[in-house]
Design a protein around this ligand. Structure first.
Ligand code: CMC
Length: 469
């Protein structure tokens, strides 16, 4: 059936139904307002298909994730991140020649303009690296101007710049904060090895690559490379739809990713596990608190998955492998396993379809690989960059590309008379009341919160958090 009928007040409106490759259906509401005067209301877009896309297929009921038709499990086991970046961007797995040339382009695009290094010096020492990444990626727009008309070659170069330079900026940010000189990318190293070398080698010590760590980080990046129309990718499409500069577009995706409901959750999980461990709880008390809504079990639940997130399952088995290596064990892994076991037997979590998501085990992998806590979400951003770019590219080439501009249902005051300044009293406006509250210091945004905070106050995780500084 390719038509749906909506009946409102006895009037029937026939609407087209779009059917996807896997049979999923979407009622096309594009002309709905023009025909009925009504809009659709879907807060949080839980039920809105914002575009047609040929990049990633996700079935949250069955726990299926595929990039360009290939199961995530197979890509994670058999591919490298750079191949997956190519696949997402161009739609096919690369031939050896295409892979060579794509890798070469990534290598030759990996340096950032030397003048950009001065920017790093101007950030406070306790700045979160996601703040730096957002800013530095946006500023790439000023160093690498993008012509209005982009041919395939320029577009390919822009994509290579971003995939490669996000990684370089990430590593330089870390070096700035530990007070070491930046280590430049090297054409002799592959993508992940290059990143680890930029992070951990120094003029006085070489970084010894561990193939298991390299494989773990590569797999982490593959698993994070795309995830359909999530918050940051939707942001990328939203900002990109105005035809904004592509560097600003990717920077907006990074900003959206930072939030703890999204990519920031991988830090929150480690923070949660560390506090459970410190408190001596075996996880049971925390589960009770989560059920009583005092806390959230971070790394659990997902808007789309109503069963196991396939990425979490891959990361869990990777955790078993990596953390069993000498020196890499972590008691937080036992807590995580116990939390998962308890939650999956509990009516609260089962009835709400709350299962581990990608962030539940990823922080443990990153920690075992030596990645500092504050860099976790940055690693997510490196992984997600090809997915954002693939969506940006798809939108750019789409015939239906229009500026994204949702509607709303207005629920504010109806038309009222203007009040002259000398006739206004606090009771007529609650804005003054809100300000009184905040300046008294009891409000959420007290004036104290607006001054720069020293590192100790920004660090909410004691030892974990201080790893970065
Ligand atoms: N712990 C305890 N209760 C939860 C959790 C959780 N992690 N997640 C959802 N719930 C409860 C929630 O309280 C609500 O209960 P009730 O029906 O009694 O009001 C119900 O489950 C539905 O939750 P929701 O917040 O309406 O669901 P959502 O689809 O809007 O939010 C989510 C999805 C991922 C933001 C949420 O599950 C969450 O906050 N999880 C923890 C943060 C996290 O792990 N985020 C990473 C997401 S995956 C990676 C990514 O996309 O970046």
């Amino acid at each position: 059936m390719t038509k749906a009928t909506l009946n409102y007040g006895g009037v029937e409106t026939e609407l087209d139904v779009a059917i996807g490759t896997e049979g999923e259906k979407g009622v096309d509401m594009g002309k709905f307002r023009a025909r009925t005067g009504m809009v659709t209301l879907d807060e949080g877009y839980a039920n809105t298909g914002s575009c047609k896309s040929a990049i990633t297929y996700l079935d949250g009921e069955r726990g299926i994730l595929r990039y360009r038709g290939y199961p995530i499990e197979e890509l994670a086991a058999r591919s490298r991140f750079v191949e997956v970046a190519y696949l997402l961007t161009y739609g096919e797995l690369p031939t050896p020649k295409q892979l060579d040339s794509f890798s070469g382009l990534l290598n030759s695009s990996s340096l950032i303009h030397e003048d950009m290094r001065h920017f790093f010096l101007a950030f406070p020492n306790y700045a979160h690296p996601m703040g730096l990444l957002t800013t530095m990626v946006a500023s790439l727009a000023t160093f690498y101007p993008v012509p209005d008309e982009m041919d395939e070659e320029v577009e390919g170069q822009v994509i290579a710049n971003l995939v490669s330079q996000v990684r370089t900026i990430a590593a330089f940010s870390y070096k700035k904060f530990i007070g070491e000189p930046a280590v430049y990318p090297s054409h002799r190293l592959r993508f992940v090895e290059n990143f680890l070398n930029m992070m951990f080698s120094s003029p006085v010590s070489n970084y010894q690559q561990d193939p298991d760590v390299v494989k773990a980080i590569d797999t982490f990046l593959i698993l994070h490379a795309d995830h359909e129309q999530n918050c940051s990718t939707s942001t990328v499409r939203m900002v990109g739809s105005s035809l904004a500069n592509v560097y600003a577009v990717i920077s907006s995706g990074i900003a959206a990713l930072w939030g703890k409901r999204h990519g920031g959750a991988n830090q929150e999980v480690i923070s949660m596990l560390a506090s459970i461990l410190d408190s001596g709880d075996d996880g049971r008390r925390f589960i009770e608190e989560a059920k009583n809504k005092k806390v959230r079990l971070m790394g659990f639940g997902h808007r789309v998955y109503k069963t196991f997130d396939p990425r979490a399952m891959i990361l869990k088995s990777l955790c078993h492998k990596l953390l069993s290596k000498p020196g890499m064990g972590n008691p937080m892994f036992d807590i995580a396993l116990r939390l998962e076991e308890a939650a999956l037997k509990d009516e609260y979590f089962l009835s709400r379809n709350l299962y581990p998501n990608v962030d539940f085990y990823s922080g443990l992998i990153l920690k075992a690989a030596g990645i500092p806590y504050d860099m976790f979400t940055v690693l997510f951003a490196i992984g997600r960059t090809p997915g954002w770019l693939a969506n940006w590219r798809e939108m750019r080439h789409s015939e239906n590309s229009r500026i994204a501009r949702p509607r709303q249902i207005y629920v504010g005051p109806a038309l009222r008379n203007y009040i002259p300044l000398d006739k206004r009293s606090p009771s007529q406006t609650n804005v003054g009341n809100a300000r009184d509250q905040s300046t008294s210091g009891s409000g959420r945004f007290s004036s104290k919160r607006l001054v720069p905070m020293p590192p100790s106050e920004t660090n909410t995780l004691g030892e974990q958090g201080s790893e970065f500084a």
